[in-house]
Design a protein around this ligand. Structure first.
Ligand SMILES: [Zn+2]
Length: 70
């Protein structure tokens, strides 16, 4: 399962756009949203432990209005 979160402005900081991929820790099977609550992996049959891969998108975000680059 891949989930893309859009960039969010958090006060002075920006949480950049990023993608979270949820996979089985044992075999790397891409875990569906429907499978998140399962006890075992549908692919390898091991007890389901989730592992998340986070990928940050390298796109630059325009500065919010008014601020200047220093
Ligand atoms: Zn698995």
């Amino acid at each position: 399962m891949k989930k893309v979160n859009e960039a969010i402005q958090l006060g002075d900081a920006i949480d950049p756009k990023h993608e979270i991929e949820v996979v089985c820790a044992a075999c790397g099977h891409d875990v569906d949203e429907a499978e998140l609550g399962a006890d075992t992996c549908s692919d390898c049959g091991e007890a389901l432990n989730l592992r998340q891969h986070t990928k940050i998108y390298a796109t630059s975000i325009p500065a919010a209005g008014g601020s200047t680059l220093s």
